[in-house]
Design a binder for this molecule. Structure first.
Ligand SMILES: NC(=O)c1ccc[n+]([C@@H]2O[C@H](COP(=O)([O-])OP(=O)(O)OC[C@H]3O[C@@H](n4cnc5c(N)ncnc54)[C@H](OP(=O)(O)O)[C@@H]3O)[C@@H](O)[C@H]2O)c1
Length: 333
Protein backbone atom coordinates (compact mmCIF):
# COMPACT_ATOMS: atom_id res chain seq x y z
CA UNK A 1 0.00 0.00 0.00
CA UNK A 2 1.34 3.41 -0.94
CA UNK A 3 0.20 6.39 1.09
CA UNK A 4 -0.05 9.60 -0.97
CA UNK A 5 0.22 12.78 1.09
CA UNK A 6 -1.94 15.23 -0.83
CA UNK A 7 -2.68 18.96 -0.65
CA UNK A 8 -5.89 20.44 -2.02
CA UNK A 9 -5.73 24.11 -3.06
CA UNK A 10 -9.21 25.47 -3.68
CA UNK A 11 -12.09 23.98 -1.72
CA UNK A 12 -15.01 24.91 -3.97
CA UNK A 13 -17.30 22.62 -5.98
CA UNK A 14 -14.54 20.63 -7.70
CA UNK A 15 -12.25 19.81 -4.79
CA UNK A 16 -15.21 19.25 -2.40
CA UNK A 17 -16.53 16.65 -4.82
CA UNK A 18 -13.02 15.21 -5.06
CA UNK A 19 -12.89 14.84 -1.26
CA UNK A 20 -16.25 13.03 -1.35
CA UNK A 21 -15.02 10.68 -4.08
CA UNK A 22 -11.71 9.95 -2.32
CA UNK A 23 -13.67 9.14 0.83
CA UNK A 24 -16.36 7.09 -0.90
CA UNK A 25 -13.89 5.09 -3.03
CA UNK A 26 -11.20 4.68 -0.36
CA UNK A 27 -11.55 0.88 -0.13
CA UNK A 28 -11.63 0.40 -3.90
CA UNK A 29 -8.60 2.64 -4.45
CA UNK A 30 -6.66 0.69 -1.89
CA UNK A 31 -7.72 -2.79 -3.04
CA UNK A 32 -7.47 -2.18 -6.78
CA UNK A 33 -4.60 0.31 -7.02
CA UNK A 34 -2.76 -0.05 -3.72
CA UNK A 35 -3.19 3.67 -2.99
CA UNK A 36 -4.41 5.57 0.03
CA UNK A 37 -4.82 9.35 -0.09
CA UNK A 38 -4.09 11.32 3.08
CA UNK A 39 -5.08 15.00 2.91
CA UNK A 40 -2.29 16.78 4.77
CA UNK A 41 -2.91 20.32 3.50
CA UNK A 42 -5.87 22.39 2.33
CA UNK A 43 -6.17 25.93 1.03
CA UNK A 44 -8.87 28.44 0.17
CA UNK A 45 -8.94 32.22 -0.28
CA UNK A 46 -8.34 32.68 3.47
CA UNK A 47 -5.02 30.78 3.48
CA UNK A 48 -3.73 27.28 4.15
CA UNK A 49 -3.83 24.66 6.88
CA UNK A 50 -1.49 21.73 7.42
CA UNK A 51 -2.05 18.53 9.40
CA UNK A 52 0.62 15.87 9.16
CA UNK A 53 -1.83 13.24 10.50
CA UNK A 54 -4.32 14.01 7.73
CA UNK A 55 -7.59 15.93 7.77
CA UNK A 56 -10.84 14.00 7.88
CA UNK A 57 -12.24 14.40 4.34
CA UNK A 58 -15.90 14.63 5.40
CA UNK A 59 -15.02 17.13 8.08
CA UNK A 60 -13.37 19.46 5.54
CA UNK A 61 -16.39 19.22 3.21
CA UNK A 62 -18.88 20.00 5.96
CA UNK A 63 -16.63 22.76 7.35
CA UNK A 64 -16.73 24.52 3.94
CA UNK A 65 -20.44 23.72 3.40
CA UNK A 66 -21.23 25.50 6.65
CA UNK A 67 -19.53 28.60 5.21
CA UNK A 68 -16.41 28.45 7.38
CA UNK A 69 -12.98 29.27 5.92
CA UNK A 70 -9.72 27.35 6.14
CA UNK A 71 -8.50 30.10 8.50
CA UNK A 72 -10.80 28.55 11.17
CA UNK A 73 -9.00 25.20 10.97
CA UNK A 74 -6.28 24.00 13.30
CA UNK A 75 -2.92 24.19 11.52
CA UNK A 76 -3.87 27.43 9.73
CA UNK A 77 -1.18 29.62 8.29
CA UNK A 78 -1.81 32.87 6.43
CA UNK A 79 1.34 32.94 4.31
CA UNK A 80 3.05 29.62 4.00
CA UNK A 81 1.99 27.36 1.13
CA UNK A 82 2.37 23.87 2.53
CA UNK A 83 4.34 22.18 -0.26
CA UNK A 84 6.84 20.48 2.09
CA UNK A 85 6.17 16.88 3.02
CA UNK A 86 3.61 16.28 0.30
CA UNK A 87 3.60 14.00 -2.76
CA UNK A 88 0.73 15.52 -4.69
CA UNK A 89 -1.07 18.81 -5.19
CA UNK A 90 -4.68 18.93 -6.43
CA UNK A 91 -5.05 22.48 -7.84
CA UNK A 92 -8.65 23.70 -8.25
CA UNK A 93 -8.55 27.45 -7.65
CA UNK A 94 -10.16 29.94 -10.07
CA UNK A 95 -8.50 30.57 -13.44
CA UNK A 96 -6.40 33.71 -13.72
CA UNK A 97 -6.78 34.23 -17.48
CA UNK A 98 -4.05 36.78 -18.23
CA UNK A 99 -0.97 35.03 -16.80
CA UNK A 100 -2.03 31.83 -15.02
CA UNK A 101 -1.49 33.77 -11.77
CA UNK A 102 -0.67 32.26 -8.40
CA UNK A 103 -1.72 28.79 -9.57
CA UNK A 104 1.03 28.82 -12.20
CA UNK A 105 3.60 29.92 -9.61
CA UNK A 106 2.45 27.20 -7.22
CA UNK A 107 2.52 24.54 -9.95
CA UNK A 108 6.08 25.56 -10.93
CA UNK A 109 7.16 25.49 -7.29
CA UNK A 110 5.56 22.10 -6.63
CA UNK A 111 7.03 20.43 -9.74
CA UNK A 112 10.48 21.94 -9.03
CA UNK A 113 10.38 20.20 -5.66
CA UNK A 114 9.33 16.88 -7.22
CA UNK A 115 5.72 17.19 -6.05
CA UNK A 116 3.25 15.85 -8.63
CA UNK A 117 0.40 18.14 -9.69
CA UNK A 118 -3.14 17.41 -10.85
CA UNK A 119 -4.91 20.46 -12.24
CA UNK A 120 -8.55 21.38 -12.77
CA UNK A 121 -7.43 24.99 -13.20
CA UNK A 122 -6.61 25.60 -16.88
CA UNK A 123 -4.42 28.67 -16.27
CA UNK A 124 -1.06 26.94 -15.67
CA UNK A 125 -1.22 24.71 -18.75
CA UNK A 126 -2.65 27.43 -20.99
CA UNK A 127 0.28 29.70 -20.20
CA UNK A 128 3.19 27.32 -19.66
CA UNK A 129 2.43 23.79 -20.88
CA UNK A 130 5.87 23.01 -22.34
CA UNK A 131 7.74 24.54 -19.41
CA UNK A 132 5.66 22.60 -16.86
CA UNK A 133 5.95 19.37 -18.83
CA UNK A 134 9.76 19.71 -18.80
CA UNK A 135 9.80 20.58 -15.09
CA UNK A 136 7.81 17.43 -14.32
CA UNK A 137 10.14 15.29 -16.43
CA UNK A 138 13.31 16.88 -14.95
CA UNK A 139 12.08 16.35 -11.41
CA UNK A 140 10.68 12.88 -11.98
CA UNK A 141 7.12 13.70 -10.94
CA UNK A 142 3.70 13.73 -12.59
CA UNK A 143 1.66 16.51 -14.20
CA UNK A 144 -1.88 15.65 -15.25
CA UNK A 145 -4.79 17.89 -16.23
CA UNK A 146 -7.43 15.75 -17.92
CA UNK A 147 -10.13 17.62 -15.92
CA UNK A 148 -9.31 20.92 -17.64
CA UNK A 149 -10.99 19.99 -20.94
CA UNK A 150 -14.60 18.76 -21.10
CA UNK A 151 -14.69 17.94 -17.36
CA UNK A 152 -15.12 14.21 -16.94
CA UNK A 153 -14.73 13.33 -20.61
CA UNK A 154 -11.31 11.67 -20.91
CA UNK A 155 -10.63 13.32 -24.25
CA UNK A 156 -6.99 14.20 -23.50
CA UNK A 157 -6.35 10.58 -22.51
CA UNK A 158 -8.09 9.20 -25.59
CA UNK A 159 -6.22 11.50 -27.95
CA UNK A 160 -2.80 11.27 -26.30
CA UNK A 161 -2.69 7.78 -24.87
CA UNK A 162 -5.11 5.64 -26.82
CA UNK A 163 -4.69 6.83 -30.40
CA UNK A 164 -1.22 5.28 -30.48
CA UNK A 165 0.83 6.15 -33.59
CA UNK A 166 -2.13 7.91 -35.16
CA UNK A 167 -2.01 11.35 -36.73
CA UNK A 168 -4.84 13.64 -35.74
CA UNK A 169 -5.82 15.56 -38.86
CA UNK A 170 -8.21 17.90 -37.12
CA UNK A 171 -10.80 18.20 -34.39
CA UNK A 172 -13.70 20.40 -33.45
CA UNK A 173 -15.81 20.63 -30.37
CA UNK A 174 -18.24 22.36 -28.10
CA UNK A 175 -16.42 22.99 -24.86
CA UNK A 176 -18.55 25.56 -23.06
CA UNK A 177 -21.99 24.91 -21.57
CA UNK A 178 -22.67 28.57 -20.78
CA UNK A 179 -22.66 29.46 -24.48
CA UNK A 180 -24.88 26.46 -25.24
CA UNK A 181 -27.47 27.74 -22.77
CA UNK A 182 -27.34 31.32 -24.03
CA UNK A 183 -27.66 30.27 -27.67
CA UNK A 184 -30.62 28.00 -26.77
CA UNK A 185 -32.30 30.86 -24.92
CA UNK A 186 -31.73 33.22 -27.88
CA UNK A 187 -33.34 30.59 -30.12
CA UNK A 188 -36.42 30.82 -27.86
CA UNK A 189 -36.61 34.52 -28.68
CA UNK A 190 -34.97 36.00 -25.58
CA UNK A 191 -32.77 39.08 -25.72
CA UNK A 192 -29.03 38.54 -25.12
CA UNK A 193 -29.25 40.09 -21.63
CA UNK A 194 -32.24 37.92 -20.65
CA UNK A 195 -30.48 34.86 -22.08
CA UNK A 196 -27.44 35.55 -19.84
CA UNK A 197 -29.74 36.01 -16.82
CA UNK A 198 -31.50 32.73 -17.66
CA UNK A 199 -28.14 30.91 -17.90
CA UNK A 200 -27.15 32.38 -14.51
CA UNK A 201 -30.50 31.29 -13.04
CA UNK A 202 -29.93 27.61 -13.98
CA UNK A 203 -26.35 27.78 -12.70
CA UNK A 204 -24.79 27.53 -16.17
CA UNK A 205 -23.19 30.99 -16.09
CA UNK A 206 -20.96 32.77 -13.57
CA UNK A 207 -21.83 36.21 -12.14
CA UNK A 208 -19.26 37.49 -14.67
CA UNK A 209 -19.71 35.25 -17.71
CA UNK A 210 -17.43 37.24 -20.03
CA UNK A 211 -14.68 34.58 -20.27
CA UNK A 212 -17.31 32.15 -21.57
CA UNK A 213 -19.30 34.54 -23.77
CA UNK A 214 -16.24 36.09 -25.39
CA UNK A 215 -14.92 32.66 -26.31
CA UNK A 216 -11.85 32.59 -24.06
CA UNK A 217 -12.81 29.54 -22.03
CA UNK A 218 -13.27 27.64 -25.31
CA UNK A 219 -9.93 29.01 -26.56
CA UNK A 220 -8.18 27.78 -23.38
CA UNK A 221 -9.49 24.25 -23.93
CA UNK A 222 -8.68 24.30 -27.64
CA UNK A 223 -5.13 25.37 -26.83
CA UNK A 224 -4.65 22.66 -24.20
CA UNK A 225 -5.91 20.02 -26.64
CA UNK A 226 -3.74 21.20 -29.53
CA UNK A 227 -0.57 21.60 -27.46
CA UNK A 228 -0.86 18.15 -25.89
CA UNK A 229 -2.03 16.31 -29.03
CA UNK A 230 0.69 17.77 -31.25
CA UNK A 231 3.32 18.48 -28.55
CA UNK A 232 3.36 22.16 -29.54
CA UNK A 233 3.70 25.45 -27.74
CA UNK A 234 0.77 27.38 -29.22
CA UNK A 235 -0.05 30.58 -27.36
CA UNK A 236 -3.38 32.36 -26.96
CA UNK A 237 -2.26 34.83 -29.66
CA UNK A 238 -2.29 31.91 -32.11
CA UNK A 239 -6.04 31.40 -31.59
CA UNK A 240 -8.53 33.46 -33.59
CA UNK A 241 -11.29 34.05 -31.05
CA UNK A 242 -14.82 35.34 -31.70
CA UNK A 243 -17.40 35.04 -28.96
CA UNK A 244 -21.20 34.99 -29.13
CA UNK A 245 -22.02 38.58 -28.10
CA UNK A 246 -23.08 39.57 -31.61
CA UNK A 247 -25.37 36.61 -32.20
CA UNK A 248 -29.00 37.65 -32.50
CA UNK A 249 -32.31 35.82 -32.47
CA UNK A 250 -32.68 36.73 -36.16
CA UNK A 251 -29.39 35.08 -37.11
CA UNK A 252 -30.44 31.93 -35.26
CA UNK A 253 -33.88 31.95 -36.98
CA UNK A 254 -32.30 32.28 -40.43
CA UNK A 255 -29.98 29.33 -39.77
CA UNK A 256 -32.89 27.29 -38.41
CA UNK A 257 -34.72 27.73 -41.73
CA UNK A 258 -31.66 26.20 -43.42
CA UNK A 259 -31.68 23.25 -40.98
CA UNK A 260 -28.80 24.60 -38.87
CA UNK A 261 -28.08 25.62 -35.28
CA UNK A 262 -25.47 28.17 -34.23
CA UNK A 263 -22.91 26.79 -31.78
CA UNK A 264 -19.69 28.18 -30.35
CA UNK A 265 -17.18 25.80 -31.91
CA UNK A 266 -13.48 25.43 -31.14
CA UNK A 267 -11.67 23.99 -34.11
CA UNK A 268 -8.21 22.82 -35.16
CA UNK A 269 -7.86 22.50 -38.94
CA UNK A 270 -4.82 22.75 -41.23
CA UNK A 271 -2.69 24.07 -38.38
CA UNK A 272 -5.16 26.88 -37.54
CA UNK A 273 -6.91 27.33 -34.22
CA UNK A 274 -10.26 29.11 -34.25
CA UNK A 275 -13.11 29.74 -31.87
CA UNK A 276 -16.21 31.14 -33.51
CA UNK A 277 -19.98 30.90 -33.65
CA UNK A 278 -20.60 28.32 -36.38
CA UNK A 279 -23.73 27.11 -38.17
CA UNK A 280 -23.87 23.31 -37.86
CA UNK A 281 -26.60 20.98 -39.20
CA UNK A 282 -29.20 20.21 -36.49
CA UNK A 283 -28.75 16.48 -37.05
CA UNK A 284 -24.94 16.56 -36.88
CA UNK A 285 -22.91 15.47 -33.84
CA UNK A 286 -22.12 19.05 -32.80
CA UNK A 287 -25.69 20.12 -33.59
CA UNK A 288 -26.76 17.64 -30.93
CA UNK A 289 -24.49 18.89 -28.13
CA UNK A 290 -26.93 20.97 -26.12
CA UNK A 291 -27.29 22.37 -22.60
CA UNK A 292 -25.02 20.62 -20.10
CA UNK A 293 -23.36 18.57 -22.84
CA UNK A 294 -19.86 19.03 -24.22
CA UNK A 295 -18.48 17.11 -27.15
CA UNK A 296 -15.63 16.72 -29.58
CA UNK A 297 -15.11 14.97 -32.91
CA UNK A 298 -11.59 13.88 -33.75
CA UNK A 299 -10.44 13.09 -37.28
CA UNK A 300 -7.52 10.67 -37.27
CA UNK A 301 -5.65 9.08 -40.17
CA UNK A 302 -5.93 5.56 -38.76
CA UNK A 303 -8.57 5.79 -35.99
CA UNK A 304 -11.34 7.14 -38.21
CA UNK A 305 -13.65 9.93 -37.12
CA UNK A 306 -14.54 9.46 -33.48
CA UNK A 307 -17.25 11.30 -31.55
CA UNK A 308 -17.08 11.86 -27.79
CA UNK A 309 -19.74 13.48 -25.68
CA UNK A 310 -20.42 14.08 -21.98
CA UNK A 311 -23.39 15.29 -19.94
CA UNK A 312 -22.07 17.00 -16.81
CA UNK A 313 -24.37 19.12 -14.69
CA UNK A 314 -22.51 18.99 -11.36
CA UNK A 315 -18.71 18.84 -11.39
CA UNK A 316 -18.64 15.27 -10.03
CA UNK A 317 -17.16 13.89 -13.30
CA UNK A 318 -14.55 16.69 -13.25
CA UNK A 319 -13.58 15.70 -9.71
CA UNK A 320 -13.52 12.03 -10.73
CA UNK A 321 -11.09 12.99 -13.52
CA UNK A 322 -8.74 14.51 -10.93
CA UNK A 323 -8.87 11.29 -8.92
CA UNK A 324 -8.22 9.32 -12.13
CA UNK A 325 -5.22 11.55 -12.94
CA UNK A 326 -3.78 10.94 -9.47
CA UNK A 327 -4.22 7.17 -9.85
CA UNK A 328 -2.55 7.34 -13.27
CA UNK A 329 0.45 9.11 -11.71
CA UNK A 330 0.96 6.84 -8.71
CA UNK A 331 -0.50 3.43 -9.47
CA UNK A 332 1.23 0.85 -11.56
CA UNK A 333 -1.57 0.14 -14.01
N1 LIG B 1 -16.94 23.60 -11.82
C1 LIG B 1 -16.67 22.93 -12.93
O1 LIG B 1 -17.55 22.34 -13.53
C2 LIG B 1 -15.28 22.87 -13.47
C3 LIG B 1 -14.98 21.97 -14.49
C4 LIG B 1 -13.66 21.89 -14.98
C5 LIG B 1 -12.69 22.74 -14.45
N2 LIG B 1 -13.04 23.64 -13.48
C6 LIG B 1 -11.99 24.52 -12.95
O2 LIG B 1 -11.68 24.10 -11.61
C7 LIG B 1 -11.33 25.21 -10.81
C8 LIG B 1 -12.21 25.24 -9.57
O3 LIG B 1 -13.56 25.34 -9.96
P1 LIG B 1 -14.73 25.35 -8.85
O4 LIG B 1 -15.99 25.26 -9.61
O5 LIG B 1 -14.42 24.37 -7.78
O6 LIG B 1 -14.54 26.83 -8.29
P2 LIG B 1 -15.20 27.46 -6.98
O7 LIG B 1 -16.35 26.64 -6.52
O8 LIG B 1 -15.37 28.90 -7.24
O9 LIG B 1 -14.04 27.28 -5.87
C9 LIG B 1 -12.81 27.96 -5.94
C10 LIG B 1 -12.03 27.69 -4.67
O10 LIG B 1 -10.75 28.30 -4.78
C11 LIG B 1 -10.50 29.04 -3.59
N3 LIG B 1 -9.54 30.10 -3.85
C12 LIG B 1 -9.72 31.29 -4.46
N4 LIG B 1 -8.55 31.96 -4.53
C13 LIG B 1 -7.62 31.16 -3.94
C14 LIG B 1 -6.23 31.29 -3.66
N5 LIG B 1 -5.56 32.37 -4.06
N6 LIG B 1 -5.59 30.27 -3.04
C15 LIG B 1 -6.25 29.15 -2.64
N7 LIG B 1 -7.57 28.99 -2.87
C16 LIG B 1 -8.24 29.97 -3.51
C17 LIG B 1 -11.86 29.55 -3.15
O11 LIG B 1 -11.78 29.93 -1.80
P3 LIG B 1 -13.08 30.32 -0.91
O12 LIG B 1 -13.76 28.99 -0.63
O13 LIG B 1 -12.48 30.94 0.28
O14 LIG B 1 -13.90 31.23 -1.77
C18 LIG B 1 -12.69 28.29 -3.41
O15 LIG B 1 -12.56 27.38 -2.34
C19 LIG B 1 -11.47 26.45 -11.70
O16 LIG B 1 -10.21 26.78 -12.24
C20 LIG B 1 -12.40 25.98 -12.80
O17 LIG B 1 -12.23 26.67 -14.02
C21 LIG B 1 -14.28 23.71 -12.97
Amino acid sequence: MREIRAALFGLGSVNSNLLNILDDREKLLSERYGLSFKIVAVGDSSGYAFNIDGFDKNFIVSHKESGRPVSDLEGYTAKYQPLDDIDLLFEATPVEPETGGEALETTREALSRGVSVVLANKGPVVHAFQELKKLAADNDCGLEFSATVCGGLPVLNIANRDMIAGNTIGFSGIFNGTCNFILDALAKGMSFEDAVTEAQKVGAAEADPSLDIDGWDTAFKLLILANTMFDKDYKLDDVKVTGIRNITTDMIKKEKEKGNKIKLVGKFENGSLTVEPTAVPVDSFLGNCDGWEMGIEIHSDIYGISYHKLYEKEPIPTAASMMRDAVNIFAEI
